[in-house]
Design a protein. Structure first.
Lengths: 204, 179
């Protein structure tokens, strides 16, 4: 089998847009199912009361990681054809910190705010408007911060390549780390989680 | 704000987080299998902003390396962008899931100790920080943490640790908004 289909020319860019829409439907569906359409549930992650964000995110990462790993090691998928975003380590660290602070202030991330918009959350609509504002500000100041934004360029580099550890070993390590994290998350929720009656009392 | 009509159906409980995670992971895997790329969100906003600026002032947009990157070479309409179509799908998928679970209702999500205008101000501020930060980081929680995380991209993992680190460090100052 020659995967990914698009990279082997099974269909063109226009058809790709149809798949984009369909994949987006799946993405939005599971984000909403998980409870990511409400900022209260997302922000609770940072107060140790509800660790759904961590659990969903790492289950998804592990699922996709194992899929890509096995498809490539059995020769069904050409890993070198998969888009890997270039690493610019310092701007990405700074950007990550800004994003984290924005997450706990705003209560969403760009993707989950789209789901919040779809389910009528006014704060989600305002947040998504904020993402436009922030992107516009970035564009306007880009000439000034350009050299910072492009510093410490490292190209396409994955953890196995960087640490010189076999791909499979790293995959296994991430699975173990995730399982440990899930156990920790369950323990945290028992210790700091909401008392059940409070949650149900929201009747109007 | 507290009166909304669609609450005739009691909202259904959320899906088990591990099952939802497997579902999300399979969608991401499907994206790799079909397209050879992962998911995203903030990139769609960048294209829309670049096209918007280009409509108002073409000289300004084309003289700026950030905007011009999203405008392409003029051979295709920049709005025919993979991420824009994907985000439109997210809107539909989120709505479909929400409507069947009785969770589509006009509301402002916040803790009990903060007023609506303050919450909306923080939503705008947080969104703007995210928009800005996502550009520096070359992606947001979807494009970097989730997508890059699953293919073990070095920059994505550094980014992901910093997102959680930044949020936990700052959470104390925002507790009145949520708790």
């Amino acid at each position: 089998m020659n995967l990914p289909f698009y990279k082997f020319g099974f269909f063109g860019a226009e058809t790709g847009l149809v798949f984009a829409f369909l994949i987006g439907i799946g993405f939005g569906f599971f984000l909403e199912r998980a409870g990511f359409g409400t900022a209260k549930k997302l922000a609770a992650q940072f107060y140790f009361t509800d660790l759904t964000v961590f659990k969903v995110m790492f289950t998804a990462i592990v699922t996709a990681m194992l899929g890509v790993y096995f498809l490539s090691s059995f020769g069904f998928m050409d890993f070198s054809l998969i888009n890997v975003v270039d690493t610019y380590i310092v701007p990405q660290i700074v950007g990550g910190l800004i994003l984290g602070i924005g997450f706990v202030i705003g209560g969403y991330c760009p993707g989950t705010s789209v789901v919040a918009c779809a389910t009528g959350k006014i704060d989600g609509v305002v947040f998504f408007g904020g993402v436009f504002l922030g992107t516009f500000i970035y564009g306007e100041v880009y000439p000034i911060i350009q050299s910072f934004a492009n510093m410490t360029y490292m190209g396409k580099v994955t953890l196995p390549v960087f640490f010189n550890i076999p791909y499979g070993v790293l995959v296994f390590a991430v699975v173990l780390m995730a399982l440990g994290g899930f156990a920790g998350a369950e323990w945290c929720e028992k210790k700091f989680g909401y008392k059940k009656p409070v949650e149900v009392s929201n009747e109007n | 704000m507290s009166t909304h009509k669609s609450i005739l159906i009691k909202p259904k409980p959320y899906m088990n987080p591990y099952l939802a995670g497997i579902g999300l992971g399979l969608v991401l895997l499907a994206s790799y299998i079909i397209m050879g790329r992962g998911l995203g969100a903030s990139g769609a906003v960048s294209t829309v902003i670049a096209v918007g600026v280009n409509t108002v002032s073409p000289a300004h947009a084309q003289g700026n390396a950030f905007y011009s990157e999203y405008l392409g070479n003029g051979s295709v309409n920049p709005l025919k962008d993979w991420l824009i179509f994907e985000v439109l799908g997210v809107l539909v998928g989120g709505f479909v899931s929400g409507i069947f679970a009785g969770r589509v209702n006009k509301s402002i999500e916040k803790g009990p100790r903060i007023s609506n205008p303050k919450r909306l101000f923080f939503a705008l501020l947080g969104g703007a920080l995210m928009g800005f930060g996502a550009k520096l980081a070359r992606g947001c929680t979807s494009g970097q943490a989730l997508t890059g995380g699953s293919i073990l991209n070095l920059g994505s993992w550094a980014f992901m640790l910093c997102v959680f680190g930044g949020a936990y460090m700052f959470a104390y100052f925002m507790r009145k908004e949520w708790l």
